[in-house]
Design a protein around this ligand. Structure first.
Ligand code: PMP
Length: 432
């Protein structure tokens, strides 16, 4: 067993002052039977806790750390920017630079607005879609998570699923009634809902690769059906690529699946580990945003110079390495191949999913296509696996509903070590 004495004490102290002792629920290690390691520092592919345990990190701050932690060029750029002040609340040239850069990588984003979190990006995109169409209803998919905006905390994934509250208390009935929900990957159910209500729906919002019920890629034809039906009904199609952006491919899921959404939400990687996100899309929709239009949305720290600097530097570093996304995809594939072999050896049924450098596993005999399937996976086996991996210094997300992330900093040696650890962890899972 690893020693978590200091983390345990820190957690007890934190619980006195913060709900669950944390600033985001899944960090509290729900149902995992051990305190969360409190983190001291992280470099490259490794993260170290206050007890001095160092782990190979596949959480990567839940996605942003695609270059690995404390990347020297990113840190240097942030330091230089900080010397010029941490915030101006006024326009800077670098905001146009990042918007141009994002437009190059995501041509469907003709205009964009920066915000501070993925939550703000999706909330604001929905408001824009409602303002643009003059309609109230939105449609989301069960098990997708789009941040904690009221209208999106309906049948939500991620921590909301982990804690058994996909429909959050505190969301009014009035708000929830405007959110229609359909199972992910269910083309007939979606088409039926659009036939019945399409003309009242302002926006369909989707994670084109779902990453908040673990990793669930779209089935063939699903995203095409979304595009076709939304076009038919004049509904805005929003791809929430906060997680899968720059990971499924560098150009996002929209490039992998050749679907052009009307709007896109980005986050995580575009802040290089600092709080930044963005929403954007077709010019005529974005022209509805204040001050050009009457949809109000603003932010004291939006376009913050440190976050924008970190984002630009992260994107430039990624762009400087030919086939960056393919390299990460290959590393991820190697890792999952090893995990699957470990599971087979131990006689544990395992489903492995990957989309570029996002990945996840389900302790399940049958494939996982939606939230219902994800919930049917074996939670006890997941817990045994998770604890064994942690004890072998492999840092994974402490919930079966979360995706894992590969970074450029993960070496072949890291991957080999992680596969070796999986041999033992799968044996532990087999005992459950
Ligand atoms: N959309 C998606 C797809 C996400 O995965 C997340 C967070 N994991 C969000 C939105 C919300 O982002 P944030 O936590 O930055 O508010």
């Amino acid at each position: 067993m690893i020693d978590l004495t200091k983390s345990k004490a820190a957690f007890e102290e934190a619980k006195k002052y913060m709900p669950g002792g944390v600033n985001s629920p899944v960090r509290s290690y729900p149902h995992m039977g051990c305190p969360p390691p409190f983190i001291q520092e992280a470099h490259g592919s490794h993260i170290t806790d206050i007890d001095g345990n160092t782990y190979i990190d596949y959480v990567g701050s839940w996605g942003p750390m695609v270059l690995g932690h404390a990347h020297p060029a990113v840190i240097k750029a942030i330091q230089k920017a900080a010397e010029r002040s941490t915030s101006y609340g006024a326009p800077t040239v670098m905001e146009t630079e990042i918007a141009e850069l994002i437009h190059q990588v995501y041509p469907s984003i003709e205009k964009m607005r920066m915000v501070n979190s993925g939550t703000e990006a999706t909330m604001s995109a929905l408001r824009a879609a409602r303002g643009y169409t003059g309609r109230d209803k939105i449609l989301k998919f069960e098990g997708c998570y789009h941040g904690h905006g009221d209208s999106l905390l309906v049948k939500a994934g991620s921590g909301a699923a982990t804690f058994g509250s996909p429909d959050s208390a505190g969301v009014t009935k009035g708000t929830a009634k405007d959110t229609l929900v359909v199972p992910y990957n269910d083309i007939p159910a979606f088409t039926k809902m659009m036939d019945e209500k399409g003309d009242e729906i302002a926006a369909v919002i989707v994670e084109p690769v779902a990453g908040n019920m673990c990793c669930v890629p779209p089935v063939e034809g699903f995203l095409e059906a979304l595009r076709k039906e939304t076009e038919k009904h004049g509904t805005v199609l929003i791809f929430d690529e906060v997680m899968c952006g720059f990971r499924t491919t560098f150009h996002g899921a929209q490039a992998r699946y050749h679907i052009h959404p009307d709007m896109t939400c980005l986050g995580k990687i575009i802040g290089g580990g600092l709080p930044a996100a963005a929403y954007g899309g077709r010019r005529e929709i974005m022209n509805c945003i204040a001050p050009d239009g009457s949809v109000y949305q603003a932010g004291t720290l939006s376009g913050n110079p440190l976050a924008v600097t970190a984002g630009i530097e992260t994107l430039k570093q990624m762009m400087a390495i030919p086939d960056f996304d393919k390299i990460l995809e290959k590393k991820t594939k190697d890792l999952l191949t090893g995990w699957k072999q470990a599971a087979d050896k131990a006689g544990v049924p395992l489903v492995c999913h990957q989309s570029g450098s996002m990945f996840g596993i389900f302790f399940s005999e049958k494939d996982v296509l939606n939230y219902h399937d994800a919930c049917s996976a074996n939670a006890a086996q997941f817990k045994a696996w998770f604890l064994s991996m942690l004890n072998q210094h492999i840092y994974l997300a402490p919930s079966p509903f979360e995706t894992l992330f590969m970074s450029y900093a993960h070496s072949d040696e890291d991957i080999e070590k992680t596969i070796q650890a999986a041999d033992k962890a799968m044996e532990e899972a087999a005992k459950v």
